[in-house]
Design a binder for this molecule. Structure first.
Ligand code: B1M
Length: 232
């Protein structure tokens, strides 16, 4: 039996357990990640703290080694799958905050891009904050966004991109909305690791959101502004 198999997760203290979760995420061990999430919950950790400190923290390490050619796509897929296992447990807990209904959002990852962990996290946090979220998934051409906007009439359109090659597609979506005279009907928020505030401004989005917490705060602020403008 290897040393790894001897580890009893529930016997580790919080700090050791989080370190172990980094290792387990790195190794794509979904069941272990799920068990650790449950242990941290039973120790009174807030779902958001588990999400950001343990899961996102672990994924940052995976990202660095992926960039440096130490990890490859199959391993990163396993890590992503393990992360999703943990997120699945936290999702209902984040949504259970009893927050009043704040507004609605259609969100999707742009065409050519299949990264969805960040988008899912944003959706979860938005739902937790009282927003109704329609998630249209990954690899969305402009038509998908327009159809979803037409069908659901949300307050907000959210777009996610993780690749420098796919982020310009956000402009295609916004330009099409302008052409069709629909741009000002929605608050457009964009996010994803390669973006920044300048890019958000340059493509005509209302705001760039650095992370899921910022997305929630920005969404609240813009929806309040919109409602104030409507009642003024
Ligand atoms: Co990809 N990948 N990947 N990948 N991948 C990156 C993005 C990369 C930076 C890795 C690296 O080189 N260091 C790199 C992009 C380089 C670049 O463009 N500059 C890269 C590459 C190159 C690729 C491929 C091209 C690799 C290949 O095939 N050779 C390929 C492309 C596939 C495609 O999309 N067409 C590819 C594939 C994959 C996997 C399928 C293996 C897997 C995705 C699995 C999945 O998502 N289901 C994967 C993963 C997991 C990553 C990394 C390691 C992790 C991404 C992640 O989930 N982060 C990533 C490296 C990295 O980012 N460090 C990498 C955790 C997540 C919580 O953070 O997504 O940033 P993030 O979301 C944050 C914020 O950005 C923000 O809030 C979130 C929560 O705080 N946010 C929003 C995100 N979207 C938002 C939307 C909003 C608001 C905020 O709307 C309102």
């Amino acid at each position: 039996m290897s040393e790894e198999e001897d580890i009893i997760l529930s016997e580790l203290d919080d700090e050791e357990l989080v370190q172990q979760m980094y290792d387990d995420l790195y190794d794509g061990l979904k069941e272990e990640i799920e068990e650790s999430v449950n242990i941290l919950l039973s120790r009174g950790w807030a779902p958001y703290k588990i999400l950001t400190e343990a899961l996102v923290g672990g994924m940052t390490i995976v990202g660095a080694d992926f960039r440096d050619g130490i990890l490859f796509v199959p391993e990163v897929l396993l890590a992503a799958n393990a992360m999703k296992g943990g997120m699945f447990i936290l999702k209902p807990l984040l949504a259970e905050t009893g927050a009043p209904r704040m507004g609605s959002m259609v969100i999707g990852t742009v065409k050519g891009d299949i990264h969805d962990i960040g988008k899912n996290l944003v959706s979860m946090m938005m739902e937790g904050a009282g927003f109704e979220v329609v998630d249209i998934g990954i690899n969305n051409p402009v038509e998908n966004y327009l159809e979803a906007l037409e069908e659901h009439q949300p307050d907000i359109l959210g777009m996610s991109a993780l690749l420098t090659t796919t982020m310009p597609y956000m402009k295609v979506v916004i330009d099409t909305m302008i052409e069709q005279g629909k741009r000002d009907d929605y608050i457009v928020l964009v996010g994803g690791a390669p973006l920044n505030e300048e890019f958000g401004k340059a493509i005509g989005a209302d705001a760039y959101c650095r992370d899921a917490a910022v997305a929630v705060e920005t969404a609240k602020e813009y929806v309040a502004r919109k409602h104030n403008a409507m009642t003024a």
